[in-house]
Design a protein around this ligand. Sequence first.
Ligand code: CAA
Length: 380
Amino acid sequence: MNFELTEVQREIQKMCRDLAARELIPNARRWDETHEWPSAAVKKLAELSLLGVAVPEALGGAGLDNLSYALAVEEVSRGCASTGVIMSVNNSLYCDPIAKYGTDEQKREFLVPFARGERLGCFGLTEPEAGSDAAAQKTTAVKKGDQYVINGSKNWITCGPRAAAMVLFAMTDKAAGHKGISAFLVPTDSPGFNRAPPDRKMGISAALSCSMYFEDLKVPVSRRLGAEGDGFKVAMSTLDGGRIGIAAQAVGIARASLEEALAYSAERRTFGKPIRDHQAIQFMLADMATEIDAARLLLWKAALLKDQGARHSVESSMAKLYASEMASRVTNKGLQIHGGMGYSKELDAERHVRDARITEIYEGTSEIQRIVISNTLMKD
Ligand code: CAA
């Protein structure tokens, strides 16, 4: 097995590391405190072709592989976890399904400007009563002539307040269960598309999310993504890629925590020496580094399988499960190493704990990842 990155992969990694150092790390604490959308960061992501990393160049993207994408999300998230998830949602949850299932016309209208970063997209699957049980959609799409009329609601839609379009899932046949779900491409300025104010959250505060309400929202049949009834498979296969993005985000957050703890442990002195000369601290740092590397290996495996065009549901779930729980453990150790200062808003250690926590919940909770993994084990 070759762990050597290609020149292009090293270049994108370095480019994103520089972006984090210059533009993200100096601002991330303020964006978190003010719940401010990181406009400058999103603009930079667009300029650097980071909003459609694995989308072919002919369709407005950077035309790179999914390992490059994972490397980029890790570096961006190391600088600002909110910016990391904004990047992940546009790449994985919005552009990816359109690149895979869209018609040429849909790609022209709904993919190219979004992969270029001129506009942002979002992913409308979660509902008040359909979170983990994604097949229990209550939003309906009723076909009338050459259009569907959509009624219902979505919530926790990351980037929802700023998105120009949504991949929206709705029931076209309530009696058919998951086989009755279809996917649609919907501009968010359509009549009947209403947005609530941004949610107030524990972490990733700058990655604004909100609820959406649809009242007789009309969508032409030509904007259905994939065949009628294929929406659940569109959603699940999209999340296989999305979970790679969240695993990369978790690794990036954990790395920020480790790097800051390492630096602090060299400065802070107790009992006459820097705290990193105490074995208790050394062991924590060693565990943090080992767990980060283990998570990254699972992440790279899932990304490489996606690049090979192989089914990677289990590998993505394992990467997301391990990386997200690892990020919570590591950021808590990072906070602990900082002692009282770790609990203070003057440093970033407490923000990393709050930002890490969501990675165990969105794009499928840890419990859902365990279901995906164990279902496959039991099939074999
Ligand atoms: N790819 C393709 N098809 C898939 C698939 C995949 N990864 N996973 C399942 N399917 C197919 C199955 O093959 C099956 O097809 P058939 O009926 O033809 O046999 C069908 O889908 C149903 O599969 P299951 O019986 O496994 O489905 P289920 O109802 O038991 O649910 C689940 C499976 C794993 C629990 C699923 O509901 C799930 O992943 N839930 C979590 C949802 C989630 O992650 N939500 C996150 C929202 S997005 C978000 O958080 C975005 C954000 O803001 C950042």
